[in-house]
Design a binder for this molecule. Structure first.
Ligand code: GLN
Length: 447
C-alpha cells in the first residue's frame, strides 16, 4: 500500500530519489518467512521506512543529493540501516536532500525539488526534506534523517510531523556521509512521538565503528510515554522570543502550547540563555570548516564521478568544479578560509570558544529545569524559490535549532498548530544530554 501511495503521489511530491520497490517486496516476503518459522524478529517487524540519501546502503545508490556521487553504490551498509533491517524494517527507498545536507529547503539537491505535502508550491524544509515530506504524505510509515544544525527538526516543523535529533553520540554515524562530524546525528521522522521513540530504540546504541559513539545502555523509551506532567519543570528560553523575524503565528502557537503544558501539570519558568543568539554565526564557522575538510575526499579518485583524465590537477579541479553545486562550493570556501594560517585563531578557535559558552548556558539552564521549550523555526514553510538567492535569510531558518547541535543535546520537534494559511507550526523541546526520555514524556503528554 505504501508503494501504491508512492506511485500516486511522487509526480507531485518528489520526495524519493530512489524507490527500491522490488527489494522492499522481497524483504517483506523474507520477514513473513521468518515470522512463519517462529522467529521473534524485533521491534520494527514489517515497518516500511524511508532513508535519507546520505545513509550508505549496500548495493543501493547513495547520492547525497550531489552530482559528484551520481554513480556511487556503497559496498557497505551504514550501522543504522543495518540495525533497522535486522529489526525487521522494510526499506522503501532513498529520499531527497540538500546536497551533502547543506541547506534548509531541499532546493540545493542536484536532482529535484521536493514539494511540501501541505502546499506543493512551498518547500518541505531541509536538509531532510524528502524524508519529512514522505512521512507527511503517507509515502512511508517512518523515515530517517540527519541533523547537523536543524535538518531533522526544521523539515519536521514545516511538514507537520515529529522529528528528533538525538544526543550527539547516541546513534552511530558509521555509514552516514559526513558533513560536519562534530555536529551530525541521525534521527527519526514520524507521525507520532511514540513512533519516534520506537525508531530511536531501533537505531541507538554503542558502535565500535564510530569513535564518537557513546557506550551507554539504551533505555526502553516506550515506558516514558505518560500523560501527566505533574512536577515537571519546563523552561522557556527568553532569547528565542526576543529574536527578530519570528512569525506572529509561530509565537502565538508556541505560547498556546506552553499554556497546555501548564494545564498538564508542568511548572513553567523563563530561563535566559544569553549566548543562544551566537549559535548561528558560530555554526557558520565550525560547520563549513569541518565540511571543507570532509569534502576533500571527493577528488575523482576514490568515489563517484571522475571528469577529465588529462592530468592529476585537471582531474581534481574539473571533477570538483562540475560535481559540486554552488552552496557546497560556498561552504568549502568559507571553511578553508576560516581554517587558513593567520585566520584560524580569529575565526575557528574563537568559534570553538563561543561553542563552549553556549554549552555552559544550557548546563546552567538544566540545573533549574527538566526541559526547555521554544519554536522549532521562526516561520512556517516558505515558497519554493523565495530564498534561493539569499543564503543569509535561508541560514536564519536554523536560528533555534543550531545551538542544540553545538551543545550536543537532544531536540524534539512536534506539531503545535497552524498559521492562518493552514501551514503547520513546530514546537521544539530541548533536553539535557541523554535525556531523550524526558522529551518523549513531555512530547507524548502534549500530543
Ligand atoms: N540548514 C543547516 C545548514 O545548511 C543545517 C543543515 C543540517 O542540519 N544538515 O547547514
Amino acid at each position: 500500500s505504501y508503494l501504491d501511495q508512492i506511485a500516486a503521489l511522487e509526480p507531485t511530491i518528489r520526495s524519493y530519489l530512489t524507490v527500491t520497490g522490488d527489494q522492499a517486496l522481497a524483504q517483506a516476503a523474507q520477514v513473513d518467512d521468518r515470522i512463519a518459522a517462529g522467529e521473534d524478529i524485533g521491534l520494527l517487524t514489517g515497518i516500511p521506512i524511508a532513508l535519507k540519501d546520505n545513509l550508505c546502503t549496500q548495493g543501493v545508490r547513495t547520492t547525497c543529493g550531489s552530482k559528484i556521487l551520481e554513480n556511487f553504490v556503497p559496498p557497505y551498509e551504514s550501522t543504522v540501516t543495518g540495525k533497522l533491517r535486522d529489526a525487521g524494517a522494510i526499506a522503501l527507498g532513498k529520499t531527497n536532500l540538500d546536497e551533502f545536507a547543506m541547506g534548509s529547503s531541499t532546493e540545493n539537491s542536484a536532482y529535484q525539488i521536493t514539494g511540501n505535502p501541505w502546499d506543493v508550491t512551498r518547500v518541505p524544509g531541509g536538509s531532510s526534506g524528502g524524508s519529512a515530506a514522505a512521512v507527511a504524505a503517507g509515502e512511508c510509515a517512518v523515515a530517517l534523517g540527519s541533523d547537523t544544525g536543524g535538518s531533522i527538526r526544521q523539515p519536521a516543523s514545516f511538514c507537520g510531523v515529529v522529528g528528533l535529533k538525538p544526543t550527539y553520540g547516541l546513534v552511530s554515524r558509521f555509514g552516514l556521509v559526513a558533513y560536519a562530524s562534530s555536529l551530525d546525528q541521525i534521527g527519526p521522522l514520524s507521525r507520532t512521538v511514540e513512533d519516534a521513540a520506537l525508531l530511536l530504540q531501533g537505531i541507538a546504541g554503542h558502535d565500535p565503528r564510530d569513535s564518537t559513539s557513546l557506550d551507554v545502555k539504551v533505555p526502553d523509551y516506550t515506558q516514558y510515554l505518560k500523560t501527566d506532567l505533574k512536577g515537571r519543570k519546563v523552561g522557556i528560553i527568553t532569547e528565542t522570543f526576543a529574536a527578530e523575524g519570528i512569525d506572529p503565528a509561530v509565537r502565538t502557537a508556541t505560547e498556546k502550547a506552553i499554556q497546555q503544558l501548564k494545564e498538564l501539570g508542568a511548572e513553567i519558568q523563563e530561563i535566559s540563555c544569553p549566548r543562544f543568539p551566537y549559535g548561528l554565526p558560530t555554526y557558520y564557522i565550525i560547520a563549513p570548516s569541518e565540511a571543507s575538510s570532509n569534502l576533500a575526499r571527493y577528488d575523482g579518485v576514490k568515489y563517484g564521478v571522475r571528469n577529465n583524465n588529462d592530468s592529476l590537477m585537471s582531474m581534481y579541479t574539473k571533477t570538483r568544479a562540475e560535481g559540486f553545486g554552488p552552496e557546497v562550493k560556498r561552504r568549502i570556501m568559507i571553511g578553508t578560509y576560516a581554517l587558513s594560517a593567520g585566520y584560524y585563531d580569529a575565526y575557528y578557535l574563537k568559534a570553538q570558544k563561543v561553542r563552549t559558552l553556549i554549552k555552559q548556558d544550557f548546563e546552567a539552564a538544566f540545573g533549574q529545569v527538566d526541559v526547555l521549550v521554544c519554536p522549532t523555526a521562526p516561520t512556517t514553510a516558505f515558497k519554493a524559490g523565495e530564498k534561493v538567492d539569499d543564503p543569509l535569510s535561508m541560514y536564519l531558518s536554523d536560528l533555534m535549532t543550531i545551538p542544540v547541535n553545538l551543545a550536543g543535546l537532544p531536540g524534539l520537534s512536534l506539531p503545535c498548530g497552524f498559521d492562518d494559511q493552514g501551514l503547520p507550526i513546530g514546537l521544539q523541546l530541548i533536553g539535557n544530554a541523554l535525556r531523550e526520555d524526558l522529551l518523549f514524556e513531555v512530547g507524548y503528554a502534549y500530543e
